[in-house]
Ligand binder design. Structure first.
Ligand code: SF4
Ligand code: SF4
Length: 497
């Protein structure tokens, strides 16, 4: 039976098209575990959809787009609904600051461009890791939505509108039956609520969306129509290159896996892998557990491995641990045994020919000598003096038998790029990065060897501001780098990640 690009058969499509409400949400969430997200404006009717979502799975990601032009009442209502329904995975996304600067007051002169910068672009980025996108559109909204179906396939996405067939009467009944809190502006006659400059209350007899862009021919913001030509910024270029590296490695190597250290870089790498493969990571995600990691890191790993449905492999060098290996035996010895040897054991056990690792050139001098596709000999050793050239993103992948590759999708990123991307995409992180009582971690590793830094930066925005002026190096808190002058290069030459 032929399938759509997103893997649905004609029969499945037919079945889904006949459903609505909770049944439709449940069926798709079950068929696409970890790959479904809800998009909500927390507007006048949003409570009904979110209530159904909460019944199916309150931990389903709910993406809220803060355009920077929303009513204060919408921001307050968002929290009211999240608390009332017990939603546990709200993702707030914002436009890129550069785009926001261009969009200043643009709603007055070019609302299409304003919506493109404030809505279409940030949402396009945020949903890249998901296949199923659940929204609150209804036929009753009229205009272009009058012919809406339960499901639409748009390139690599399934757009699902569980309330597609619901009437206004059914929506208001659902509010009463479920005792759902109303948006504070509903009482003032607002029936469809978006950005404040482009929303007014409706008059009696008007369609519910008549108050959106009233007096102009515009009826949609562009989120639900074909994307327009996109101008790439610096982060888009980096993202595109990383996704290309992921797909190139996946196509060329037989057995591939990804290291996940739970730090910010490896979380960004994981996010990019999910984008590269439409929300699904098609290779094992490997965590080398030294048993010395900070407990919050392990809790984060277990939570997101489940939430993102990751094929997780956890490996340890048990023999070394049983023999009492620890940092008191010397940090280079300990890292060699618990990290390098631990990783080698996993590679040998599973026969991996390629491993993705989230290192960056700007992080540390030895890493600056790396290639994107970096060969390792049969002993997983790195010969820093014999590496292939990589001009114009041409990567060598045919090596002698026994060679394995380390692939580095983030090699060209800087620490600031990583944080700006985390801000843009709303990527979750271990909370140790955010200052508490005047201290925070800038780099995460094993508890005995990782120190915090003095800082009051408790948000992503504050961390970016701090990094723009700091003179302190990123790995200044990592004790194993300092054991001797060449400690880190010796570790990496021996196979360390
Ligand atoms: S709805 Fe209005 S203010 Fe909001 S993004 Fe669109 S044009 Fe700009
Ligand atoms: S970072 Fe410290 S505890 Fe962890 S493996 Fe290295 S030396 Fe051992």
């Amino acid at each position: 039976m032929s399938k759509t690009e997103v893997g649905l058969t004609a029969r499945q499509m037919e079945t889904y098209q006949s459903l609505d409400g909770e049944a439709l949400i449940a069926a798709l969430v079950e068929n696409f575990p970890g790959r479904a997200a809800v998009i909500s404006s927390f507007g006048a009717e949003s409570a009904v959809l979110l209530d159904l979502v909460a019944k199916v799975d309150p931990s389903l990601p709910v993406i809220f787009l803060d355009t920077d032009e929303l009513f204060d009442e919408t921001q307050a209502y968002r929290q009211t609904l999240v608390d009332h329904l017990g939603l546990t995975n709200l993702i707030v996304i914002k436009p890129d600051p550069v785009d926001l600067a261009e969009a200043q007051d643009l709603w007055q002169t070019n609302p299409d461009r304003c919506c493109f910068l404030r809505k279409v672009l940030p949402l396009e980025r945020a949903v890249a890791g998901y296949t199923v996108l659940i929204d609150g559109r209804k036929r009753a909204h009229g205009s272009d939505r009058a012919q809406l179906q339960a499901l639409e396939i748009a390139e690599d996405k399934i757009k699902v509108s569980p309330l597609w067939s619901w009437s206004e009467e059914q929506i208001s009944q659902a509010f009463k039956l479920r005792n759902l809190p109303e948006h504070p502006l509903t009482a003032q006659g607002y029936r469809s609520i978006g950005c404040w400059p482009c929303t007014r209350p409706t008059k009696p007899g008007e369609n519910s969306r008549a108050g959106r862009w009233a007096g102009s021919a515009k009826t949609e913001c562009g989120i639900h129509v074909e994307p327009k030509a996109k101008v790439m910024n610096h982060l888009d270029v980096l993202e595109n290159q990383s996704i290309y590296i992921f797909r190139e490695a996946f196509n060329r190597l037989d057995k591939i896996a990804m290291l996940w250290s739970i730090g910010k870089d490896s979380n960004v790498m994981l996010w990019l892998a999910r984008k590269a493969f439409f929300g699904h990571v098609p290779f094992p995600v490997v965590h080398v557990d030294t048993t010395y990691k900070i407990p919050e890191m392990i809790a984060f790993r277990d939570r997101f491995a489940k939430e993102w449905n990751l094929p997780l492999i956890i490996g340890k060098n048990q023999a070394a641990l049983d023999a009492g290996m620890g940092p008191e035996q010397g940090r280079v010895n300990c890292c060699s045994a618990l990290k390098t040897e631990g990783l080698k054991q996993i590679i040998a056990q599973h026969g991996f020919t390629g491993i993705f690792a989230g290192i960056r050139r700007d992080e540390e001098g030895t890493r600056a000598k790396e290639r994107v596709f970096s060969p390792r000999n049969e002993q997983a050793e790195w010969d820093v003096r014999d590496q292939p050239p990589e001009f114009w993103d041409q990567f060598k992948t045919d090596f002698a038998p026994g060679t394995s590759l380390r692939i580095h999708p983030l090699l060209a990123w800087t620490e600031l790029d990583v944080w700006r991307y985390i801000q843009r995409e709303g990527i979750p992180l271990v909370n140790l990065y955010f200052a508490k009582n005047g201290r925070r971690y800038r780099s995460l590793g094993c508890a005995p060897c990782t120190g915090s830094i003095e800082s009051n930066a408790s948000t992503v925005e504050e961390i970016i501001a701090e990094l723009e002026t700091t003179k302190v190096s990123e790995r200044s808190g990592r004790a194993q780098d300092k054991e001797s002058e060449d400690a880190f290069e010796r570790l990496r030459s021996g196979g360390y990640m």
